[in-house]
Design a protein around this ligand. Structure first.
Ligand code: DOR
Ligand code: ZN
Length: 345
């Protein structure tokens, strides 16, 4: 069916359901990019030290608000970094008071600043039971850290060993499987009950592991979970553009300085905030699914979290936008490329 090529796309204001805003100078540098693109964002708590108690989150939220450009209209939604020692009462009180929107499970050692994460899911059983009781969403970094397990298999093994048993025990627990990267994750989320959903990043829709490893090692294509082989990318594109309410936008924008990435032991993380909508929309257009973009970007996530949809709209124009090679010392996703859409305003 031929469809008229329209020159603009206007959608309800979108949200980012997974972002790293950092702290200090980096926060001041990056927060404006996210605030320009999104009305709200789920802010990851992996600072050093982590955002582990409600008082930490309240203070961090203030620092984010103080770092925003004067004209910004942006609401940070805070998360709790779960540790073996998380206090279920503090967590539940923080949720009831509107400080914590969700809690994040980092298996200890899985990724950047996860050293204080959970060493065994059994250690936070009381916390997870309480979350299921009060309807507080659990955001999951879904990778095992077992050194025996190949890094490309860690997500699929996590589903088998940790997530499937957890949901058998606590079937009511609301779970967001963050940054899904495999066909196994897509299949698991699709077949799970409605209280299980997933975020998908722009990079996992655009690149497979060749982008990282062919023609030289390319640290700016490295993030965790690591990009997998092509069949997984195709499964993610299908899920994101399917119209299913179980899949929604979460950039996992994770800035590190160029020096920290281009190193003998480079940091994991891709800084995609500045052109996130443009990047996603390119994928939806290529898949012939522009009419499903609004659901993915602006509706599914809010509905899953039980939050109101945003008022207002944003408009993307069909126009070339050149992505800079670097933005104040940080190399953005698509650096040096030209994207076919531009966020207006
Ligand atoms: O690539 C990543 N970077 N994955 C994560 O899970 C953490 C993030 C970061 O904080 O840099
Ligand atoms: Zn992340």
């Amino acid at each position: 069916m031929a469809r008229a090529m329209s020159e603009t796309l206007t959608i309800r204001r979108p949200d980012d359901w997974h972002v790293h805003l950092r702290d200090g100078d980096m926060l001041r540098h990056v927060v404006g990019h996210t605030a320009r693109q999104f009305a709200r964002a789920i802010v990851m708590p992996n600072l050093t030290p982590p955002v582990a108690r409600a008082a930490d989150a309240a203070a961090y939220r203030q620092r984010i608000l103080a770092a925003l450009p004067a004209d910004a209209d942006f609401t940070p939604l805070m998360t709790c970094y779960l540790t073996d020692a998380t206090d279920a009462d503090d967590l539940a009180a923080g949720h009831a008071d509107g400080i914590f929107t969700a809690a994040k499970l980092y298996p200890a050692g899985a990724t950047t600043n996860s050293a204080n994460g959970v060493t065994d899911i059994g250690n936070i059983r009381d916390v997870l039971e309480r979350m299921a009781e009060v309807g507080m969403p659990l955001c999951v970094h879904g990778e095992v850290t077992d050194p025996e397990i190949d890094v490309f298999d860690r997500e699929a093994v996590f589903i088998e060993r940790v997530l499937a048993p957890l949901l058998r025990d606590l079937p009511e627990l609301k779970v967001v499987f963050e940054h899904a990267t495999t066909e196994e994750a897509v299949a698991f989320v699709e077949s799970a009950r409605p209280n299980v959903a997933a975020t998908i990043t722009p990079q996992h829709l655009h690149i497979n592991r060749n982008a990282m490893l062919v023609g030289g090692i390319r640290p700016h294509a490295y993030c965790l979970p690591v990009a997998k082989r092509e069949k997984h990318r195709l499964a993610l594109r299908k899920a994101a553009t399917s119209g299913s309410g179980k899949f929604f936008l979460g950039t996992d924008s994770a800035p590190h300085t160029r020096e920290a990435k281009e190193s003998g032991c480079g940091c994991a993380g891709i800084f995609n905030a500045p052109f996130a909508l443009e990047s996603y929309l390119t994928v939806f257009e290529a898949e012939g699914a522009i009419e499903r973009f609004e659901g993915f970007a602006s509706e599914h996530g809010a509905r899953f979290y039980g939050l109101p949809l945003n008022e207002g709209t944003v408009t993307l124009q069909r126009a070339p936008v050149e992505v800079p090679a670097e933005l104040r010392g940080v190399v953005p996703f698509h650096a040096g490329d030209t994207l076919g859409w531009r966020l207006a305003g």
